[in-house]
Each structure stands twice: as C-alpha cells, then as structure tokens.
Design a protein around this ligand. Structure first.
Ligand code: GTP
Ligand code: MG
Length: 423
C-alpha cells in the first residue's frame, strides 16, 4: 500500500517500501536501510579481504615453491662452447643483465649459477646493487652482472640503483637485455628509456625474451622481436626466448652470450662464483625475506647490516643482523604481533643461509630505526649503498654514460663524504 500525499499523488518509496526522505544535511536512513547498507558494506569488505588473503597465499606458495627448488644441489649452466675439432679461442668477459624491474634478471642469475645468490621477489626493485656471478663452461669464462631494474629514479636510493645499472652497462663487454615476452609489437615506455641508454653504449646486445612460459600466443612474440630488431639494428646480435624460472633456453642463452664476448684469459679462479662476501649474500637473503613478509612501502624501507658473523663451520655459524627501517611505525610492523613476523622471516632466511653455508646457522635479528636512511646519502653509505658511487665519480665525464642528473648526485656525494670541502 502507498501513502497518499497532500497533493494526491503517491510519494516515492524506497525499495524496502518505506517512504523516501529528503537527503538533506539532516537526512537519516531508516533502520532497515542502515541495516541493508551495513550488510552490503560488510559483504564488500569480506570479499576484498578474501581476495587479499588469496593473493597473498598464492604469492607465498609461489615463493615457497621457488625456495624449495633451491634447497637441493643444482648444476650451473656450463655447456661446452665449442664442438669437438672446432677452432676454439678462449672467451672471457662481462655480460650485464639489464632490464626493467621485475623482469627476472636475478632469477636468471641464480638459474645460471645453479645456486641462489641473488634476492628475488615478486615485487619490483628488489635488487639494489650489482651482483657478479661467474660461469666457467669449457672454452670460456662468463662474468654475469645482475643489476637493479632500470626505472625513473626519484630519491637518492633509486638514483643509486639506476646508477648501478648504468655503471654495469658501461663496464660490460656485452649487454644482455631482458624483456618480458609480449604478443604485440609495442616497446613499453620503460623499455624505450632503456633503449636510449643501450644505444648510447654502442655495445653488442643479446635480447632475452623472458617468461615465455606465461605467454599463451608465442607466435605473437615475433612482432615484439621485430620491433627490437628495427630499433637496435646492427647492435642487436641475437635474440633468445627463455624462461628463467623454468630453466628453458638457458643453454642457448649461455652459448649466445659467450659468442659475443672478447677473446682473453680467465679473470677469476674457477672456484670463485662471485666477488661478494658471504656476509653480503646473507644480508641479501634476510632483506629478501623482510620484503616478502611486508607490504606497501615497507619492503623498500628495509636495509640489512650484519653485526657479527662467527664461523665455526661445519658445526655452526652464528649471525647477528640488524634490519634498519625508517620510522617507528615500521619497526612495529616489522616485529609483528608478539614478534611473529620477525620470527617467521628469520626462520625462512635461516633455511636459505644454512643451504648457502652448508652449516647449521644461529640467526639473531634486531630491528632498528635509522630515520629516513633511504633519502640520506650519509646513512645510505653506512648501510652499504654508496661505495661504488664514490668510485664512479673518479672517472672522467667522457667515460660516463650516466645522465647529467645522476652525475650531479654522485658529485654531491663525494664532496660531502670524502671530506673535500672548504676546511
Ligand atoms: N612466469 C615466470 N616468472 C618469472 C620468470 N622469471 C622470473 N619470474 C618471476 O618474476 C618475478 C621477478 O623476478 P626477479 O628475478 O626478482 O626480477 P628482477 O628483474 O631481478 O627484478 P628487480 O630486482 O626488481 O629489478 C619473480 O616473481 C619471479 O619468480 C619466468 O621465466 N617465468
Ligand atoms: Mg633483481
């Protein structure tokens, strides 16, 4: 039944049959309406929460699956570079693994080495410093440099990361450019920026099209390849489709990169897999787990220092490390309710470290607020991000491929940090 208005026409009712009220400032919902709105809101919230939990579980499962695969011995990808009887000059040189963040550079380095050295996560900007990994196939030595993803850098830490990548490009003999497999001809804006830097180096380029396992239309990839061929011309030596995660195409990739390297004797002893210390790798493993256990801005606000490393191998290695965050609120999140998060990331990191060091490991973690470290060059230096930048500015301008903004940032740092000021 409808109410009759004074004018005789029936007033409009809402869907619950109650007369509609004017929604002025003082407008009120009827109890039924309020209840319905609350129910709808609750449903939406529940759905969002469910989606978030499912996404997190899927990411964690992915990560755990990857971790599990590193908990067993693997062989490095070291195919003989020459057929029997073939002329075989020994080849040796640096190959910089470059590309956008999250394209799979560190996953590839680990897969090539047959062991986990580099931190990898599903989050972009995981790698912050260049990391060397050495392969010794018969007939050559390949020195791969994993680099931070190339991006539009804003703060000092990001500028440092991009400077690292560009420095590796400048020093390398060959650029191994990773792009994600796509089924169209578009070179993304991020890759257009990389293209400019790559072209400036005039170095030979091997294009690795990664993640082919997740591309349905593999033929579409030919359009993508054609675009890079057109842009790079002679500079592009070869293209190899790969899946770093599944280990597809890696033998072909190693052989192709080796062919582009100069002739020369080995620079590293064959049993040296990297130039980084175990302490540094351990710190990276801890940072990786901290990134995986946290969200929003926190993954990017964490730095790790190793305070002590007592080596009683094979019985025990005792590691004390500090996780540096930028604010008090982040410290609380990092520790988690009742220390739950810190404990969980510690357990996950310890497993990787035990496998790396082939020893039982006692790992003790502390969390400290090192206020605003990622935008303070002095603090960045203390936390291990800066040495290379200091070295870089000793080079002449002509030797630099860095853009002027980066040069300015690096120059600023030397003046302050090296005590070359007025006094
Ligand atoms: N499907 C698929 N995923 C991959 C492949 N290679 C890497 N990934 C995933 O891509 C994500 C990023 O991998 P990373 O190796 O950390 O990428 P990155 O290029 O080093 O990233 P930054 O260090 O941030 O520059 C991870 O979730 C990897 O598991 C691949 O061949 N196929
Ligand atoms: Mg990386």
């Amino acid at each position: 039944m409808r109410h009759k208005s004074r004018k005789g026409s029936a007033p409009k009712t809402n869907k619950f049959g109650a007369p509609k009220k004017k929604r002025g400032k003082a407008a009120k919902y009827t109890p039924e309406e309020k209840k319905a709105i609350a129910v709808r809101r609750q449903k939406k919230d529940d759905e969002k929460k469910r989606e978030h939990v499912e996404k997190k579980r899927a990411q964690e499962e992915e990560q755990q699956a990857r971790e599990a695969t590193w908990e067993k011995e693997r062989e490095p990808i070291e195919p003989a570079l020459y057929e029997e009887g073939e002329e075989h000059p020994f080849r040796c040189g640096y190959a910089a693994l470059v590309g956008r963040p999250n394209v799979g550079k560190s996953t590839l380095l680990n897969a090539l080495l047959g062991q986990k050295l580099a931190a990898t996560t599903h989050k972009p900007q995981t790698t912050r410093k260049n990391l060397l990994g050495v392969l010794n196939p018969q007939g050559g030595q390949l020195m791969f440099l994993d680099t931070p993803g190339h991006h539009q850098a804003k703060g000092p830490l990001n500028r440092y990361m991009v400077a690292q990548a560009e420095e590796a490009m400048r020093d390398a003999d060959v650029l191994v450019w990773l792009v994600e497999a796509r089924a169209d001809e578009a070179i993304t804006p991020g890759n257009q920026r990389i293209l400019k830097v790559v072209q400036k180096t005039h170095k030979p380029v091997i294009l690795l099209i990664n993640k082919v396992d997740s591309l349905k239309n593999k033929e579409g990839m030919l359009h993508q390849i054609a675009s890079y061929q057109e842009q790079l011309g002679e500079q592009l030596q070869d293209v190899v489709p790969i899946s770093a995660r599944k280990g597809l195409g890696l033998v072909a990739a190693v052989k192709t990169v080796a062919k582009a390297l100069p002739e020369g004797p080995a620079l590293f002893p064959v049993d040296e897999v990297t130039d980084r210390s175990e302490r540094e790798i351990v710190a990276e493993f801890i940072r990786e787990k901290a990134m995986l256990e946290t969200k929003d801005e926190l993954p990017y606000s964490v730095a790790v220092t190793i305070d002590s490393f007592e080596d009683y191998r094979p019985r025990l290695v005792r590691v004390l490390a500090t996780l540096h965050v930028e604010r008090d609120s982040q410290k609380a999140i990092m520790i988690g309710k009742g220390g739950h998060r810190l404990k969980s990331l510690g357990t996950r990191a310890r497993k990787d470290i035990e496998f790396l060091l082939a020893s039982k490991v006692y790992l003790e973690l502390a969390v400290r607020v090192t206020g605003g470290w990622s935008s303070d060059q002095k603090r960045m230096l203390d936390l291990g991000y800066g040495q290379e930048q200091l070295a870089a500015v000793k080079l002449s301008d002509e030797e630099m491929v860095l853009d002027p903004e980066m040069l300015a940032a690096a120059a600023e740092l030397t003046e302050e940090e090296m005590g070359l000021g007025d006094e």
